[in-house]
Design a protein around this ligand. Structure first.
Ligand code: MRU
Length: 347
């Protein structure tokens, strides 16, 4: 099984996703500042994985805090959370992970727990967040597998696999579960410019699991849909608004429009922690803008002239009208999503 990130005595061990697929290296991030760096620089990426990393970062920060009383920890705790929350703006799981740790911290403080008790409980909680994410993915997989016909070819965009979660994956979890249920499934993976999560990570994972994968560049998706080579699309999400609008890796929106044009089901697989029921529509989702260098260069090789204007939004929002269903660990939501998502979240 792929180990995306893991709590160790020394700190959080993560596979360095920037180096895949050519190097498989597992550095340890020893304090919360190093974990924040790992999230920002995309050593670890993918919405659920950064939620788990943030929870572990909070636990590390509290473990190491220079406080000799719980009262002195309060200000430090807030600072740790602020630093981790400032790493990436779009995936709501980051904030979910931090808020889950804050909720426990506040409870422990109100119960007058000792410093040692607080430290130990937060470490246990971070480990639990990790474990629960894998369980959620497996459950999502069981629900989602029913939507994948035997013999299907599934198109996916970016990486919503084991590497984007604590393990197993959301979109790739659905594909893995369909394969485990005995179905024959093949995958077309969009390379996902500019960061190439599809080429570097999705192709790596699926190939490792011996699930047939064909790598295509992003602009080939429509062509293969039109030729009848694709049966459905399954992607992950970074934040889903109350009405079902879903933010995911840049390029997902184009894939969704192409799927509709070609009468193909378009599924989003995401845990309940990716729902942001505080916002009505996708227009309220903050979109991260990343470095121009990710577009102008690949591995240090310059592709474009100096001095030109470059845009690099890391995510786009797919309006709910393009989404056939949202697969969660609690079941499948169908349109109208406002009602179905609320029901699942409350259930
Ligand atoms: O910028 P990234 O690599 O963190 O973006 C990841 C995605 O967009 C994934 O599709 C999403 O987080 C779902 S992961 C289960």
């Amino acid at each position: 099984m792929i180990k995306t990130l893991e709590w160790t005595e020394e700190g959080v061990m993560m596979i360095d996703q920037r180096l895949l697929p050519t190097e498989e290296v597992y550095p340890v991030f020893k304090n919360y500042l190093e974990v924040a760096f790992a999230i920002k620089e995309m050593v670890v990426r993918g919405a659920p994985a950064i939620g788990v990393a943030a929870a572990m970062g909070v636990a590390l920060g509290v473990r190491d805090a220079a406080a000799d009383t719980p009262e002195k920890l309060d200000g430090i705790f807030d600072h740790i959370c602020e630093v981790l929350a400032a790493t990436r703006p779009t995936a709501v799981n980051l904030f979910w992970g931090i808020e889950r740790m804050r909720g426990l911290y506040q409870k422990l403080r109100s119960e007058n727990k000792s410093l040692n008790e607080i430290r130990a409980a937060l470490i246990d909680e971070a480990k639990l967040v990790h474990k629960e994410d894998i369980e959620a993915n497996r459950s999502m997989g069981r629900f989602g597998a029913d939507l994948i016909p035997d013999g299907a070819t599934v198109l996916t965009h970016c990486n919503a696999g084991a590497l984007a979660t604590a393990g197993y994956g959301t979109a790739l979890g659905v594909i893995r579960a369909a394969v485990e249920a005995g179905k024959k499934v093949a995958v077309y993976a969009d390379e996902t410019r500019p960061f190439l999560q599809g080429a570097r990570l999705t192709a790596w994972e699926l190939h490792k699991d011996q699930i047939p994968v064909t790598l295509i560049t992003d602009n080939m998706a429509g062509h293969f849909m039109k030729l009848g080579k694709i049966d459905c699309v399954v992607v992950g999400a970074d934040r889903i608004a109350s009405n079902g609008d879903a933010a995911n890796k840049i390029g997902t929106y184009s894939v969704a429009v192409l799927a509709k044009e070609n009468n193909l089901p378009f599924y989003v697989a995401a845990p309940i922690s990716t729902l942001d029921l505080n916002i009505e529509t996708g227009e309220q989702i903050p979109i991260e803008e990343r470095s121009e260098l990710e577009v102008s260069h690949i591995k240090g090789i310059q592709l474009s002239p100096d001095g030109i204007s470059i845009a690099n939004p890391a995510f786009d929002v797919t309006p709910n009208r393009y989404i056939s269903a949202i697969i969660t660990e609690k079941g499948i939501a169908r349109p109208p999503f406002k009602e179905s998502l609320k029901k699942l979240a409350e259930g």
